[in-house]
Design a protein. Sequence first.
Length: 200
Amino acid sequence: MGKVTTSVTTMSLDGYIAGPDESGFDLLFQWYGNGDVEIPSASPDVPPFRVSAASAALLRREWGNTGALIVGRHLYDLTHAWGGRHPMDVTTVVLTHRRPDDRPEDDADFVFVTDGIAAAVARAKALAGEKDVVVNGGQMARQCLEAGLLDEVGVALVPVVLGGGKRLFDGLGGGPVRFDGPVAVIEGTGVTHLRYRVRK
């Protein structure tokens, strides 16, 4: 069975995954467009990524081993559901209090879970089979970590300081939490990819 990881999270040097009032994404995600290697996007609203060779090798390996993604309703709404399909081309499990009116049924693109993070992870694992489940940063990652459901923390650390905003594990309860590693350090252009195992 695969692991549960936050490997898609991009973070500033001062620990923010978003700046004040949902700002800073242009700075956080510059590395997705500063290279020569194209990574296709399955979303009609998100163009292909162009990253460095080191980042491309990592994305191809990890995205290829991802069977499902977990996000919150806020990100789902903020991105307008990525135009109907997440760029990673996997089924996206959306944790929400109420499913959208325009999606009365689950499908191969989006599955909606209303009964908590443990249920969302269980559903994502069932969808992923032997592959990994990727949890979006922020509230989803924090809830998974608090519930003991996270196996690995992955961040794409970018050389920018945002000075405020939303942190990766904002409001974490039950800490401290210890990690082993880094188990991987990959230097891309404008980004350092770090992976740490959650110590159980």
